[in-house]
Design a protein around this ligand. Sequence first.
Ligand code: GLU
Length: 214
Amino acid sequence: MCGIVGYVGRKQACGILLEGLRRLEYRGYDSSGTAVVGRDGSIRTTRAVGRIAALAEKLDPASCDARTGIGHTRWATHGRPSEANAHPHAGGDGSVILVHNGVVENFRELAAPLQAKGYVFRSETDTEVVAHLIADLLAKRLEAIDVRPEGSEAVDLLLDVIRSAVAQLRGTYGLLMIFRDWPEYLFAARLGSPLVIGIGLDEHYVASDASPLA
Ligand code: GLU
């Protein structure tokens, strides 16, 4: 179980995520990654094997104007350390992106029906199934309504979707999720894995321990 950091607010997210991951380095990890979502719904995912310095080389904070993002240092439990297995992982057509600390014990049984529906798995991790599960539940909910929800209606719907997804998980999780179509929000869920929330003025931080928030 390794490190998680997330940011939503007015500042440029990439630099904050990178600094947060550096502060989590002491926990040890085999790979790392970030995903940020711009106000236009453009998602930028960056992943690297090895040191945070390798991620920093790929991630140019100066060219990043996204204000919402998630970051992760991975300690592989399912699937070897590789760029494809590094988090964040995307669900469906990229409607949701998430990072996860912990272990999803029933990932195989959850994956089978999603694979049968055509969801394509791109990693060997137990984590990716959570992303596809959320994407699938979200797609079903959106199919049933005509207009894409905004504001508190969107939050209620996304919370509902996340709750029904995590209710199906067996194991432990600290999860941070961002949604392509609602870039102004960052969602977190935990069971058996630590997460702390830093509440600020017009900005919030989430991390697996307090060091990125200090
Ligand atoms: N079980 C997940 C994986 O192997 C998360 C590992 C972690 O907590 O870093 O990708």
